[in-house]
Write a protein that binds this ligand. Structure first.
Ligand SMILES: O=C(CO)[C@@H](O)[C@H](O)[C@H](O)[C@H](O)COP(=O)(O)O
Ligand SMILES: [Zn+2]
Length: 197
């Protein structure tokens, strides 16, 4: 068991090092998009399933409350949190619609959808992306593996950040690092620390 645990640490570190080679430009572009969205008075919706639902909520809480330093609240909504809405949409329509219906209700032109799926194949996330496009929103997607069905979906204004790994757990570990990078870049641009501090 100890060997397995150590191998998982090694694999996680190596996945992060591989990601560092290929992802910084896409992360920077996504951070700039998000910063501009927030400056314009727009908001960021986020969604995903399982661990990625947790990541969507992790991101929105760091915008709504704080990341590392005190600053004004920023507008973000995780679409995986309202159990009454989620269960009623799944019950009355389909689980595939749980995020898309919320995007159609809440999304405004200029808003961003943060779509998170390690496989790129979650139907409800893909449907949320379609709904976002119908609302003139842009998309930042965190994916992995071969990008799945989501890979064929992006327009020139969207950003896919695809982690170079085929293991869901390792991909999720890098997704969290990406989310923290996005938060830090947004904060540094919107609320730069004065040199006097
Ligand atoms: O957290 C994990 C595995 O680490 C699982 O809960 C995982 O998120 C779920 O199986 C998801 O349904 C996978 O969805 P996706 O990443 O392929 O979109
Ligand atoms: Zn965090």
């Amino acid at each position: 068991m100890l060997e397995k645990i150590k191998a998982n640490f090694t694999e996680s570190v190596q996945t992060k090092l591989s990601a560092m080679e290929v992802l910084p430009e896409a992360i920077e572009k996504a951070a700039m998009m998000m910063t501009e969205c927030l400056i314009n008075g727009n908001k960021i919706l986020s969604c995903g399933n399982g661990g990625s639902a947790g990541d969507a909520q992790h991101f929105s809480s760091e915008l709504l409350n704080r990341y590392e330093r005190d600053r004004p609240s920023l507008p973000a909504v995780a679409l995986s949190t309202d159990s009454s809405t989620l269960t009623s949409i799944a019950n009355d329509y389909s689980y595939d619609e749980v995020f898309a219906k919320q995007v159609r209700a809440l999304g405004q032109p200029g808003d961003i959808l943060l779509a998170i799926s390690t496989s790129g194949n979650s139907r409800n996330v893909i449907n949320a992306m379609q709904a976002a496009l119908s609302r003139d929103m842009t998309i930042v997607a965190l994916t992995g593996k071969d990008g799945g069905e989501m890979a064929g979906f992006f327009g020139p204004n969207d950003v896919e950040i695809r982690v170079p790994s085929s293991r869901t757990a390792r991909i999720q570990e890098v997704h969290l690092l990406i989310i923290h990078n996005l938060c830090e870049c947004i904060d540094d641009t919107l609320f730069p620390v004065s040199e006097d501090n």
